[in-house]
Design a binder for this molecule. Sequence first.
Ligand code: GAP
Length: 513
Amino acid sequence: MAKQEDVFKKVISHAKEYGFIFPSSEIYDGLSAVYDYGQNGAELKNNIKQYWWKAMVQLNDNIVGIDSAIFMHPTIWKASGHVDAFNDPLIDNKDSKKRFRADVLLEDYCAKLEDKAQKEIEKAEKRFGDAFDKAQFESTNPRVLEYREKQSVILKRLARSLENNDLADVKALIEELEIADPDTGSKNWTDVRQFNLMFGTKLGAASENATDLYLRPETAQGIFVNFLNVQKTSRHKLPFGIAQIGKAFRNEIVARQFIFRMREFEQMEMQFFVPPGTELGYYEEWKQKRLNWHLALGLGRENYKFHDHEKLAHYANAAADIEFKFPFGFKELEGIHSRTDFDLSAHEKFSGRKLQYFDNERNENYTPFVVETSVGLDRLFLAIFSTCLKDEVLEDGSERTVLTLPPALAPVKAAILPLMKKDGLGEYGEKIFNDLKYDFNVIYEDKDSIGKRYRRQDAIGTPFCITVDHDSLTDHTVTLRDRDTMKQERVPVSDLRRIIDEKTNFRNLLSKI
Ligand code: GAP
């Protein structure tokens, strides 16, 4: 089995074993591509949300946050283009009966070509050592050029075919490249069909009067339709932004890869409303700002890259993804789109209401343009969780599994662990717990050996363990163990709040953006 697969399996089993993520409805054999967050997962997820919300709403005096409803008027999805164009091209394999996204089959084929190009580069790097000029090699090596040219031709043809809704050509491309079902090797494909990803539901008791609704496939439209409400009540001038965190639902055809692609997931989106003509400048600015926000998490610059879109969505005049190196390779983590005035203009047309802004400086009314940043909360969770999960061999040859989460995101900030419950150590520990609990999420634990308790806290990413021993009762000091260095130091109980705060405060992340 490939190493990457092992790593990914370990991520999934660790998430379950330590109360981060459970398959939904597990006692009924689960529900495909739906997951529940457990006690530690919910804390980590809430902390990630806080990091995003604080960075958007608290640090920017021209961005405000809202919380709009999941149910929305059905015409909204007609206006936004989701009823007509929110489709994935799907293809079935006649032998394995498995369903795939035709565009993903082709993109995966291109990713393999890119892997081959990377291997050539790595080989040459080893051969030439310090004298290696990567840029020159990439621009002159015939094999690298051939792999890259082939990718470009395929992706351009795919983009053109999808643009023209020429699904026969998408199938022809799959057949020309002899792409097979990755699981079975069969090349016996059906035609490619479009499949709308929105979930439908009904509003109202009597079925004859019930209104057909959709579960929102993105949170963004809740922001667009509230644009004037927020602008008027907040009195913000352009440019200003509206942020929102909330659930979105998509009937994904290929829902695999754990919480990477789910049918019910959460988005953190921000629409930045700007004067027409200025949008591409703000688009570049937000691309960089969002990358910096990710980098502050400390997961490593090498794990991120931009992917500029060849095929633009119907609403965009520029778009890029921030891709992250997940255990199964580089994939989209966040989208940054310059959405023009598409959405506001469409809502004006379909609702018959004006969604315009009067610009004092330009002395004119106009429909604002929008730059959007949209990150999947669950994908971000997976990025952080999988990168921070590490197996370490210690100096004495023993092993430990540790989750090196940024301390501000850790589900539990400190664990209070009396060496034993008796002799008053338990009571002393509880006193510390009762004091710290108003400021931090802390836990008290007195079962099992201290070594086992340390390992359990390492596995859920707790930055500090506080050990209470007999000396604590008289000198009011405790042993403080650091998760990452495993160093232990004796500190006064009265210093605990300050020390924990210094390490776990969101300021540590926010000041790095
Ligand atoms: N409002 C724009 C929008 O929704 P998108 O690229 O379709 O754009 C934005 O989605 C982000 O939402 C993605 O970058 C991804 O992180 C997340 N996302 C999309 N579909 C998802 C799914 N099925 N499961 C988990 N996250 C998803």
